[in-house]
Ligand binder design. Sequence first.
Ligand code: ADP
Ligand code: MG
Length: 692
Amino acid sequence: MNMSELFGCMVFNDSVMQERLPKATYKELKTCIAEDRSLPLHVANVVANAMKDWAIEKGCTHFTHWFQPMTGVTAEKHDSFINPTPDGKVIMEFSGKELIKGEPDASSFPSGGLRATFEARGYTAWDPTSYAFIKDGILCIPTAFCSYGGDALDKKTPLLRSMEAVNRQAMRIIRLFGKTDVHKVLTTVGSEQEYFLIDREMFDKRKDLLLTGRTVFGARSPKGQELEDHYFGAIKPRVVAYMKELDEELWKLGILAKTKHNEVAPAQHELAPIYTTTNIATDQNQLTMEVMKKVAAKHGMVCLLHEKPFAGVNGSGKHNNWSISTDLGENLLEPGDTPYENAQFLLFLCAVIKGVDEYQDLLRISVASAGNDHRLGANEAPPAIVSMFLGEELTGILEAIEGGRTYSRRAKCEVEIGVHVLPKFPKDSTDRNRTSPFAFTGNKFEFRMLGSTFSIAGSNIVLNTIAAEELRRFADELEAAPDFLPAITEIVKRTVREHKRIIFNGNNYSDEWVKEAKRRGLSNFRTAADAIPHFADAHNVELFVRHGVFTESEVKTRTEILLEGYCKTLHIEAMTMIDIARQQILPAVLKYGKELAGAALKMRELSAEIDTSVEIGLIKKLTDFGKEAAGALQLLERETEKAAAKMSAEAYRDKVIPAMERLRKAVDELELYTASEYWPLPSYCDLLYSVR
Ligand code: ADP
Ligand code: MG
């Protein structure tokens, strides 16, 4: 394999553009991108034509506007390049207009009422900051998706808006530091992706995995993750082959897949790319998830991306590593080598601290879903309470600045902003705190609450916007201040004093923390149903509107869509349980019970002396739990019907989930008492150890 030929070979990237576009066109395109301007049609025409020629050489016949509606997955509609000619033949064409703008009939995508069905059309617009690429023989144009009124109907539009917002505000700070050669500030993201691999044959026997992505029933496997022997363990040959092909497919798409290893749970793995600009990282994470599933199918396996496919076994998350940097590549969250750089670092750090504290709820909402509720707060993933880990050293320094004291611990140093150099902090290494939802890891923040199926757009929209807001306030203050450095000192002191409640370096899984967090007044939204409605709280709407990220109606409709998604997910899960319990579980249990009863009777006939207590004991267990299951089933049916009629998230949370839990408990008991040859579903052991 020739890596230099392989990497990015399916991407219409900068080097392809340089090679294939006339110099003037290339220059105009680059300027438009750098200045966030839309592309003139004459330029688009030339670009489109070059793209088409390149794609056809690679075997493409179709193109698609690839977009990210609010369903959480990506969408595409394929159009071929063909155009009829008068002589009955066809030529392959692709115009600038087709490149820049598409009009999918999008009436079935969630819009939360933003787009009435009679005006079903939305339009997609090329986002030239993300390269076109080829997937399955289709030329894919990354696009934003809007209604005709201009309302965002997707995840990319607000993400791009939030990046503009950070850029606008951070540049004000950068100018105050006199950096005239910087033209743009952007945020960067590297997202670590966890997933499970299971055997296709096992998957096919489980309707719940097919319909909901998780097992709604299943007694514990005798061996779970107790030994933690899977974490970083030797990778099985079938998985090695899978990972190799996955890497190659991702590299072809220009995705910098870098690290891969086994995770804590059996059958669980992780992939991490090298970070890149947030917008591109978001597109690439969506693609990564898609390619993961596709490659698994080729290897006779299924890739599960659900947050919690198996009860009692760790779920899958996604770590969103986020930082801010200049177009010259300076990481603004990296403590520098000079006092001036450190003043800048502390200022950006404080913007994040203040933002996370003031908008805890938004971060929580950005990771809220029915699936992720199984993880957050379940002592395996960060709790539902948002707090920040800064490490002892950095926390010590901030507290010293706040108190105007000398900081001394490991490195003896005084910290007077703009005068002293900060010590180098240990990067997230041995002393890393894995329980923190939001950890500073030396030169970036790692937001760990995301569920594995999530688009990272939501969390990054929030991170970018809250950073923009705090930088805006700091810039207002600093621009008006007579003395720059003392003003920064004042800001740092004040931020630490007012927002240190959000900093917590201890064990986030402990019960004491829950109590302590309550004392500190931190919010604790246990479930998605609790969290989501707060998206539309006044101070959140104000934030988004101020920075042009969402309009008020966009916030309201997104709140609706999120709540609707929560209800629908639980509805499908409940219906799946009812179906499996009634059509597979109960018949199997009855059959086994009948078999046992028949055997006992026969034994009795043979001789009254024969002891049938084992059979009778088992039958009793089966009838007891069977009765409980049948009762729970009825209850679940009733509650689901009621919740659906009201489309009420509270009803799903308070009534349907407990009924689901009751049914599951009874069924999982039945599994333990039923002979495996009668049990209709592959067991946890079958599923978790199926790939060898
Ligand atoms: P680990 O978490 O295993 O210690 P790293 O901290 O090196 O590994 O990286 C984890 C992820 O963070 C990777 O995807 C990496 O590319 C990403 N990352 C590193 N630096 C930055 C940055 N400045 N901005 C965003 N992501 C980053
Ligand atoms: Mg990490």
